[in-house]
Design a protein around this ligand. Structure first.
Ligand SMILES: [Zn+2]
Length: 232
């Protein structure tokens, strides 16, 4: 079903709409059916790999006998990225795909607020808490800025807001939780880690189901982006 190529929110609509290049009466780059079937299976199963990555990183983090913030960060940030990617792959409507990249940026960028906390002990809600910017207040500020600001900034700001709120979902299940309702309260909201993994498993299954109904770019007809020709 060639008409479903544009259904994938992570695909380029410009490339997906290109006709298949033809050589000797056949579309060029057409792979054998077995190869195409294998590619489709890998495409659909990618969310399970992301879920496995999160579970593996969390197991490594639990077993790491070190208090190194750098090491913990190196294990934590890819898990944040994978968590947000899973939600986007499962639920992001196609018409909002322009915010996808910004949501992935927001999935890790929000942790920049730990730098002033570690350097100067500012922004903390209390002694053992994450920064106050790890709260819904940040999401509200980004959403209001998106609504009131330049239309060109709307997608980036909405994407960052979405990435931040999904980042908080994972942080709820890690360490002290997050001061979600700051400034109304400095109390940390938390979530059992098992609940986080259970929800993420459901999301991954939903993403697999969605991608199973989507023909990935170029796999149905071997479509390749055209090469740029130099004009004399
Ligand atoms: Zn965080």
């Amino acid at each position: 079903m060639h008409g479903r190529r544009n259904d994938d929110p992570l695909l380029s609509p410009q490339i997906a709409s290109l006709p298949a290049p033809v050589e000797d009466g056949k579309p060029s780059g057409t792979a054998p059916p077995v190869v195409r079937a294998a590619r489709k299976i890998m495409f659909a199963a990618l969310p399970l790999a992301a879920l496995g990555l999160v579970a593996g990183l969390d197991a490594l983090s639990d077993s790491a006998e070190t208090g190194s913030l750098l090491l913990l960060g190196l294990l934590d940030e890819p898990a944040h990225f994978a968590t947000v990617w899973l939600f986007l792959a499962a639920f992001l409507p196609v018409q909002y795909r322009t915010i996808c990249l910004w949501a992935l940026v927001g999935s890790v960028a929000i942790d920049v607020d730990h730098v002033p906390l570690y350097l100067w002990h500012v922004l903390a809600a209390d002694a053992d808490s994450r920064p106050v910017t790890h709260s819904l207040a940040t999401v509200v500020v980004l959403a209001v800025a998106a609504a009131a600001g330049s239309p060109r900034l709307r997608s980036p700001l909405l994407g960052l807001a979405l990435g931040a709120v999904l980042h908080f979902f994972r942080d709820l299940a890690e360490g002290p939780g997050v001061p979600l309702l700051w400034p109304l309260t400095t109390a940390n909201a938390t979530l059992p880690h098992a609940t986080y993994l259970l929800v993420l498993t459901v999301v991954a299954v939903a993403a697999v189901a969605r991608r199973s109904l989507t023909t990935p770019l170029g796999m149905d007809r071997g479509i390749r982006p055209p090469s740029r020709r130099r004009t004399p």
